[in-house]
Design a protein. Structure first.
Length: 248
């Protein structure tokens, strides 16, 4: 690719980014002085890009019934189970996320080499023949020293504790439930969002229809926000475009 083509491609990307930023800025200008709007409550399976979850399934086991018995195979109680088990049922997810990492590494290497070579005697004589000069005590001398010291450390600590209600969006063939929950809280001009999704076993749902986030397989937990404070924390559109385009 020539320099001219590269510049033309870069200019096109810059113009496209500017147009997109202009559209976004125009939408934001319409909402100046207004509180961020909350998202409408809708069916998660009807959203664009929604894909049903596919997981490895065991072989189907035929159901068996015992005649003249009050107990049916697979039942957990004589009375109706109030825990979520069908599409559309609601359960509470207890999000307890604590992540702490402290890693420190240090590597040290050192090496010293020294080479000396000389002549103390030349065929039994202490002087060079013909020139009658003194013998050099050092003909070749070499010294080398190498050392390296590398250090690295990682310190990270994150914690999140809250509750969010989720909806069963799919029942897998083996009985596991696919859940998704979203919560929005608006305080003044800032909206906080919490999204939880994943696959749970009905056996892990507690009697009060709650489940801990640590028991969610393929868990997807997102916590963030949007509003005036978030806008200030984010770099401007121009800076983001330059961060992508500039090679240095």
């Amino acid at each position: 690719m020539t320099v001219f083509k590269l510049l033309r491609c870069t200019s096109s990307l810059a113009v496209l980014a500017f147009m997109l930023a202009g559209c976004a800025a125009f939408d934001r200008l319409k909402n100046v002085g207004e509180q961020p709007a909350l998202s409408s409550i809708d069916n998660p399976t009807a959203r664009p890009g929604y894909k049903p979850v596919q997981m490895p399934m065991p072989d189907v086991q035929p159901a068996s019934y015992n005649p003249n018995s009050l107990w049916r195979n697979g039942s957990r109680a004589f009375f109706k189970d109030q825990r979520a088990q069908r599409i559309g049922d609601i359960l509470t997810v207890k999000v307890n996320f604590t992540d702490k990492a402290n890693i420190a590494n240090e590597t040290q290497r050192s090496r010293t080499n020294k080479e000396d070579s000389g002549v103390d005697n030349f065929f039994g004589k202490g002087k060079l023949p013909l020139t009658n000069g003194a013998l050099p005590t050092r003909i070749f001398t070499a010294d080398s020293t190498a050392s390296s010291d590398g250090k690295g450390s990682v310190q990270r600590q994150e914690a999140l504790s809250t509750n969010v209600a989720g909806v069963v969006t799919q029942v897998l063939p083996n009985g596991n439930l696919v859940i998704e929950g979203k919560q929005e809280i608006r305080v003044n001009f800032e909206v906080r969002e919490l999204i939880v999704a994943g696959v749970v076993r009905p056996e892990d749902i507690e009697s009060d229809n709650t489940i801990d986030s640590s028991k969610i397989a393929q868990a997807r937990i997102a916590y963030g926000g949007r509003g005036q404070i978030t806008d200030v924390q984010q770099p401007r559109y121009g800076q983001q475009v330059l961060d992508v385009l500039l090679p240095f």
